[in-house]
Design a binder for this molecule. Structure first.
Ligand code: KE4
Length: 429
């Protein structure tokens, strides 16, 4: 039985200096139990831990590594650029190239501002929506996660769902008073909130395909309904595409679902594994951002040249080879259909949600369409599945409240290996 020896001793050491031994809670394996695996290196579809144990990677750094790890062109571009120093704190041509490239890929973006994380992107977009509309309240959906800014840590998904943190100490009532929440896919509840808060709501922020309660698809008409409500009530619709942006299509969920948001936020893939986030929209809204307007937003390392070259190289590859999206979706559907077939034979209740290259397994006998239905699945069984696969060299997200993220370095052999390891894990579920 694989003992994760070196990871165990590193984790003990990490606990002496880092809260929970990790720099982001989802990495701590708290909900699935056991010791987090410490990674030494990665290449293509594989992660290698500090004991040189190899894993097939279905996290891809929670989305960014869509091309696979250590993609040669990305590494080469970083290697070249880093010799010119790592940061200047002054504008560069790279930032213009990045903004211009994104405008060719994503619909309806006149202006886009770079930041250093998805959290910053969502936090800034909300502030901008409030500054632009002069309203304070906003609607978010239970189980959606928009980063760890105070305003978003109410009934949030991802690590908060994983750790069962429903309210976060340190967030004042002044902040929570402006947050309205309801279930994902519940359009009637949104209508009700809007009626009860007439002309007080600045924005509705939504993950157009949710990935922080597992992968949850928008029901037909849900996003179209949000668009209609926002148009009628002069509310800004913010698509949080930190996960879906550049992952579902070059133009993200807006392109794939043919729905337009007023503001869009990005992260993950946009940086190719380096710290990058961004938010953008129509000029009439974005020109309220400082220094043009008075909605202040800033960042020492925003548009950092090394992060820009990593993101730019990644996005150029995705734009020039759109077949990557088809390949990724085909691989994900292959995995979905064969996992279904394997579990069908066992009689174990299982729901698989899949959209593009996002997929999640729920040991549930009912459809998983929102946070409540994700939370009521047999997540104990998911934890057993997680560990049974980990010790067989397949690294799944360590939480039932996360989407899996395929990278395009995974080939048919890797997928078949994943299916075979699933078959061998069944006796442990
Ligand atoms: P970051 O600040 O972690 O770059 O992005 C926050 C964020 C915003 N919006 C969406 C839709 C997101 O999924 C995220 C971050 N996702 C989690 C994984 N579910 C990041 C992993 C982590 O917290 O370590």
């Amino acid at each position: 039985m694989y003992e994760y020896t070196s990871s165990r001793s590193l984790f003990e050491r990490a606990l002496q200096s880092i809260p929970g031994g990790v720099n982001s809670p989802v990495r701590a394996f708290r909900s699935v139990g056991g010791t987090p695996v410490f990674i030494k290196k990665a290449c293509g579809a594989y992660l290698y831990d500090v004991d040189d144990q190899r894993y097939l990677d279905y996290i891809s750094s929670w989305g960014p590594m869509i091309l696979g790890h250590a993609y040669p062109e990305v590494i080469e571009a970083i290697r070249e650029r880093v010799l010119l120093s790592t940061s200047y704190g002054a504008p560069t041509e790279l930032e213009i190239e990045m903004a211009e490239l994104i405008k060719t890929m994503v619909p309806q973006l006149d202006l886009i501002r770079m930041v250093s994380s998805g959290t910053e992107a969502c936090m800034s977009a909300l502030r901008l929506a409030r500054g632009y509309t002069g309203r304070n309240k906003f609607i978010k959906f239970e189980g959606c996660y928009h980063g760890h800014a105070d305003s978003f840590l109410v009934k949030a998904g991802s690590g908060l769902a994983t750790l069962q943190i429903q309210s976060v100490p340190g967030i004042s009532a002044a902040v929570t008073n402006d947050i309205l929440t309801c279930a994902y896919n519940d359009l009637a509840a949104v209508e009700q909130l809007v009626d009860l808060n007439k002309e007080q709501i600045a924005a509705i922020i939504v993950e157009p395909v949710a990935g922080n309660m597992g992968c949850i698809l928008p029901q037909p008409g849900f996003l179209e309904g949000l668009r209609r409500i926002c148009d009628r009530q002069n509310i800004l619709l913010i698509f949080d595409e930190v996960m879906t942006g550049f992952r579902l299509a070059p133009g993200g969920a807006q392109e794939k679902l043919n729905i337009r948001a007023d503001l869009v936020t990005f992260g993950k893939v946009i940086g190719g594994g380096m710290p990058v986030g961004a938010f953008g929209g129509r000029r009439q809204i974005m020109e309220h951002i400082a220094p043009l307007g008075k909605v202040y937003q800033a960042g020492t390392l925003s548009g950092n040249p090394i992060a820009m070259i990593a993101g730019l190289t990644t996005l150029k590859i995705l734009r020039n080879q759109p077949s990557i999206y088809h390949e990724l979706e085909e691989k994900t559907i292959y995995l979905r259909d064969n996992l279904h077939a394997i579990f069908l034979k066992t009689g174990l209740p299982l729901v698989i949600n899949q959209f593009g290259s996002m997929i999640s397994l729920h040991f549930s006998d009912h459809a998983v369409t929102d946070f409540a239905s994700a939370a009521s699945a047999n997540n104990e069984r998911f934890s057993k599945y997680f560990h049974a696969m980990l010790k067989r060299g397949v690294y799944l997200p360590p939480s039932a409240f996360e989407s899996w993220f395929l990278n395009n370095a995974l080939n048919r052999e890797d997928l078949d290996q994943t299916l075979q390891m699933t078959r061998e894990s069944l006796s442990e579920l």
